[in-house]
Design a protein around this ligand. Structure first.
Ligand code: PLP
Length: 398
């Protein structure tokens, strides 16, 4: 079947939940994807911040192959597997936290955090069940996670939604203070908002949330599903702020591309769940955990994070140049590490499409942001190439 025939079948058989770009990918190497007709694309989407090691990473492939060859693709969480234990130890040590629940996605990692927070609240009072989240946040597509998501467009047509969620303004501590009540058990926030438009939190905001949670005995939950696992230039984005959460949620790059999620706890969040409270058939599965062990050792034992920091500064410098060159199209570049956004005055989709035509994958974030979340292994040559394509795409719109 050729590419067009495959796309026709895809449109027929797959439920219409995505606005899919008309391409079918077949192979990947480094920062490049190749479609079934042999056309190559430079990938600055990276599976939306998933493929941190790029495509075809030898170390990751070897780690996964070892599990496949052992035959232990999966065993129930009724039993232990050594990969999950090793990943839990490596993850908690790297995050300076204590314990972890493994699942398969970001939404699930947040569901576990929401349930844990409510059980934590119940311990002091049956009415302490409310969770404060931020406007423009994104936490996933399951019912708890979409309700936690502070964007109406994700709620429309899916009511009734679970109750007990309130929304405060991001980077506005007074707004959070005004939203918190005696019924609040937790605050959930992304240290760098992703889907909302690549908006880093201010340090004083996260410090203020930490102090507020300590004062009122609430749990501080950081959703690092998108901004975690080295993307910020440190293993976890909260480490760039020096503010430690009680619960950290992860997914996306956690296992380098194999589906995996984690809800990591510290201190007062450690012993809230007891057997029977929560579970996942596939969570902590040997294949995914071998991927997580490889990712975590790359963050801890190699210079990957330093590389991200250096490439992030380089990329942001190039984006700043585009802002200067096209002031009527681009207003500002912002981000941390290799999670960056270019704020546009035109719909991002126009630039995304123009870049696609020229062999570059980029994507939108929020209503007006062009997002760059390439593999963390990206180098200057590919950054220059990507910027040249964005430049020529903007030129057609200027
Ligand atoms: N939280 C954040 C910050 C995200 O960016 C996402 C996905 O984009 C999610 C949660 C949901 O993750 P998943 O799609 O793996 O459920």
């Amino acid at each position: 079947m050729n590419e067009q025939e495959l796309i026709t079948q895809g449109k027929h058989y797959l439920l219409d939940t995505y606005s899919q770009v008309p391409v079918v990918f077949a192979t990947g190497k480094g920062c490049y994807l190749t479609d079934v007709e042999g056309k190559q694309y430079l990938d600055f989407v990276g599976g939306i911040a998933v493929n941190a090691l790029g495509y075809g990473d030898a170390g990751l492939s070897l780690a996964l192959k070892k599990v496949l060859d052992s035959g232990l693709l999966h065993c129930s969480n009724l039993y232990y597997n050594e990969y999950a234990i090793k990943a839990a130890k490596a993850l908690t040590e790297l995050a300076g936290m204590d314990r972890v629940f493994f699942c398969n996605s970001g939404a699930e990692a947040n569901e576990a955090a929401l349930k844990l927070a409510r059980k934590f609240g119940h311990r002091s009072s049956p009415i302490r069940t409310d969770i404060v989240t931020m406007v423009h946040s994104f936490h996933g597509r399951t019912y708890g996670a979409i309700t936690a998501t502070g964007q109406d467009k994700y709620h429309a047509n899916f009511d009734p939604l679970p109750t007990g969620f309130s929304y405060a303004l991001f980077n506005d501590l007074e707004s959070v203070k005004a939203t918190v009540t005696d019924a609040t058990c937790a605050i959930l926030v992304e240290p760098i908002q992703g889907e909302g438009g690549i908006i880093p939190a201010e340090k004083t905001f996260l410090e203020g949330l930490r102090a507020l949670c300590d004062e009122k005995d609430m749990l501080l939950i950081f959703d690092e599903v998108q901004c975690g696992m080295g993307r910020s230039g440190k293993p976890f984005a909260f480490q760039t702020y020096g503010v430690q959460p009680d619960i950290l949620t992860l997914a996306k790059a956690l296992a380098g591309g194999v589906p995996a999620g984690a809800t990591v706890t510290k201190g007062k969040a450690n012993n809230v769940f007891t057997p029977g409270d929560h579970a996942s058939t596939f969570g902590g599965n040997a294949l995914a955990m071998a991927g997580a062990c490889e990712m975590l050792s790359r963050l801890k034992d190699t210079d990957l994070c330093a590389h991200v920091e250096e490439m992030g500064i380089y990329l942001r410098g190039k984006l700043d140049e585009l802002v200067s060159k096209y002031p009527s199209l681009c207003t500002v570049a912002r981000g941390k590490g290799l999670m960056n956004g270019l704020v546009l005055t035109v719909p991002p989709r126009k630039v995304v499409d123009a870049c696609f035509e020229r062999g570059l994958l980029v994507l939108a974030a929020g209503y007006d942001v062009l997002r760059f979340v390439p593999p963390l292994t990206v180098g200057k040559v590919d950054i220059d190439k990507a910027i040249a394509i964005v430049d020529s795409s903007l030129a057609t719109l200027a």
